[in-house]
Design a protein around this ligand. Structure first.
Ligand SMILES: O=C(O)c1cc(C(=O)O)c2c(n1)C(=O)C(=O)c1cc(C(=O)O)[nH]c1-2
Length: 230
C-alpha cells in the first residue's frame, strides 16, 4: 500500500495528539513541578518509579525477542545498555538509584521494593506483558510517549533545583541524560512505526498502543498520589 504525505502527516498528528493524555498533566506532576510536594512524597515517587526503571530493559528485551528485523534489533539493543550499563556503576538504573540516594533513600529500600504500591506494580507489569504478548510494532509504538518526555524532564530538572534544594544536585544526572536519550529513542521508534504501520488498521492499532501506554503512566501516578496523599 502506498502512503501519501497527507496519510503520513495525519498518522503522525494522531500519534502526537496522544500528548493530551500524557502524564505531564497529572495533578501529582503538576504539584511536583510547582514545588508543592513534601520530602516524603518525592521519596515515595522515586522509590515507586524505580520499579518502572528496572522493568524497562525487560520490556525492551521482550521487543527484541519478538522482532524479526535485524536492523531494528541492532539499534533497539542500545536501549537495554543505556539502562543496564555495560558494567557495574553505569547505566540508567544505577543513575536512578543515585537519584534515590540524593533524595534520602537507601539503595536497599529501593531494590527490595518495600515501598512499592500495588497499583504501580500492576501498571508496570501490564506494560511488560503488553510488550511480550502484542505484535512487536505495537510495543514499539507504545514507547512513543518518549516523544512527549523531554519538556517534562526539563521542567522537572528546573523544579528540583529550584524547589527541592535538599536534593543532592549530582543525583539529577538521570534526568539530564534522558534529555538527549529520549529524543534519539523516540526518533528511531517513530521511524519504525511509520515504516511498518501502512494500513489504516495498523495505524489505528499503533495509536491505541500509545494510548494504552499513556494509561500505564497515568495509573502509576494515580497509585503514588493515593498512597502518599497529604
Ligand atoms: O519520567 C518520565 O516522565 C518518563 C517518561 C517516560 C515515558 O514517557 O515513557 C520514560 C521515562 N521517564 C524514562 O525515564 C525512561 O527510561 C523511559 C523508557 C520508556 C519506554 O517506554 O521505553 N519510557 C520512558
Amino acid at each position: 500500500m502506498t502512503l501519501t504525505d497527507t496519510d503520513t502527516d495525519s498518522f503522525v498528528a494522531a500519534l502526537r495528539a496522544q500528548s493530551q493524555r500524557y502524564h505531564h498533566q497529572h495533578p501529582f506532576h503538576i504539584r511536583m513541578n510547582a514545588g508543592h510536594l513534601s520530602r516524603l512524597q518525592i521519596q515515595g515517587w522515586v522509590a515507586n518509579r524505580f520499579y518502572y526503571q528496572e522493568n524497562i530493559p525487560r520490556k525492551d528485551a521482550a521487543i527484541l525477542a519478538n522482532c524479526p528485523d535485524r536492523d531494528v534489533r541492532r539499534r533497539w539493543i542500545r536501549r537495554i545498555l543505556d539502562h543496564d550499563g555495560t558494567t557495574s556503576g553505569e547505566g540508567g538504573i544505577e543513575a536512578w538509584l543515585r537519584l534515590g540516594e540524593a533524595v534520602g533513600l537507601t539503595r536497599e529500600e529501593m531494590i527490595d521494593g518495600r515501598h512499592l504500591v500495588p497499583g504501580v506494580r500492576f501498571a508496570v507489569d501490564s506494560y511488560v506483558t503488553f510488550a511480550r504478548t502484542r505484535p512487536w510494532v505495537e510495543a514499539v509504538a507504545s514507547s512513543l510517549t518518549e516523544l512527549f518526555a523531554p519538556d517534562l524532564m526539563a521542567e522537572r530538572l528546573a523544579a528540583f533545583e529550584r524547589c527541592y534544594p535538599w536534593t543532592d544536585p549530582e543525583g539529577l544526572a538521570y534526568f539530564r541524560a534522558r534529555l538527549t536519550q529520549a529524543p534519539q529513542d523516540s526518533e528511531h521508534a517513530l521511524e519504525v512505526v511509520l515504516g511498518h504501520c501502512r494500513s489504516p488498521d495498523e495505524q489505528e492499532r499503533a495509536v491505541a498502543a500509545l494510548s494504552f501506554k499513556c494509561d500505564v503512566l497515568w495509573n502509576i501516578l494515580d497509585a503514588i498520589d493515593r498512597a502518599y496523599a497529604d
